[in-house]
Design a protein around this ligand. Sequence first.
Ligand SMILES: *[C@@H]1O[C@H](CO)[C@@H](O)[C@H](O)[C@H]1NC(C)=O
Ligand SMILES: *[C@@H]1O[C@H](CO)[C@@H](O)[C@H](O)[C@H]1NC(C)=O
Ligand SMILES: *[C@@H]1O[C@H](CO)[C@@H](O)[C@H](O)[C@H]1NC(C)=O
Length: 350
Amino acid sequence: MHFTLFLSLIITLVYANFYNPKLKQGTLTCNSYGCPPTNSTIPSDHCIVANGANYYVSPCTKASTPYCNTTTGLCTANPAISALSYPGEACISSSNCYNGASCNKGICSGNSYLQECSSHEDCSPGLMCGQTNKCIGQIAIGVSGCRDYHDCVNYASCNLTYSSLNGVCVQYATLKNGAVVTDCENGFSHMCASATCSKTGEDFYSTIGVCTDAPMSTSALPTSCAADTDCQGTNSDGLFLTTCECGYTNPGKAFCKPFIGDVPGQNFIKAWVSAMKATNKVCNTARRAANACLTVAGAYESALMATWEFDYYTALQGNDACVKAVITDDYWQPSGSIFLMLSCISALFL
Ligand SMILES: *[C@@H]1O[C@H](CO)[C@@H](O)[C@H](O)[C@H]1NC(C)=O
Ligand SMILES: *[C@@H]1O[C@H](CO)[C@@H](O)[C@H](O)[C@H]1NC(C)=O
Ligand SMILES: *[C@@H]1O[C@H](CO)[C@@H](O)[C@H](O)[C@H]1NC(C)=O
């Protein structure tokens, strides 16, 4: 249960939609979410109750059932959290550690330099599982020999020509416009400073592209909308659309998701790049974007907040007090609900 690396997150949640717009037919109508009116209450084991198109939202009050399951609208006990930890991550005993590794001073150990491995997860932070199945050092920026990003230090990706399996490690989000990249998928590249690329390869499956400027909304944020066609942005390649999504407001209202070039998108990239730097030599290479790794590296909250502000931007707009306490509480009261946050966010991403 972890964040998919910010790459695939953007690809699936953002770019897929605006580079290949599947326009919804007609316009959106949104339900309203807010505190119940003063002359009505909701049953004590419920936190969200539908009254026609109005959803009444109210915090769970019983100590034994403090958690609001936003799918069912029922108050339940706090959900259990999986305890399996990987090299570099926190543990209580070795039974928490992946593959029987030992728990040393509260941190799972991994195999050391030149010890055998069958997957990257076997190796200690700073190491990856090389071609001869031995743990060896992750490859530095600018050095060749990577098969994919796992082979590179935690804040780099692999600029790989697929046939060669001998790419060069390039620091995330550093290349200037015009640089050639081999990871251009649906307009996204991990290596471009703008996170944006235009495909140049002729072949449909080609992922060769050049870094270009990030699209920005043509209207000021937040943009109210009724359909995706209201959600326009531009860069030097032309016009793009994001998605129009219902928020959690009373009365119900829809907002455009931001573009990667908008302030929340730029902050999202910055937060994830600095999080990846913080995990280097602290977390296992294959765990660089996992919650437990980000927590040990001290980068969890900043990555989470930036992810909310970009990916869940529409959910945070115009919330009333009950919505902030029950539905978007992981953003508005993060320290109070750090563990619940893990499960909610995982559920949303996976
Ligand atoms: C609560 O008050 C509103 C108007 O303020 C009214 O329309 C509604 O019928 C009342 N509901 C109940 C259950 O009394
Ligand atoms: C919420 O309820 C649904 C349906 O019963 C269940 O599948 C899901 O696991 C629950 N979510 C959490 C976080 O407990
Ligand atoms: C990435 O690989 C392509 C294809 O081999 C190459 O043209 C390009 O210069 C490389 N970019 C960087 C930053 O290494």
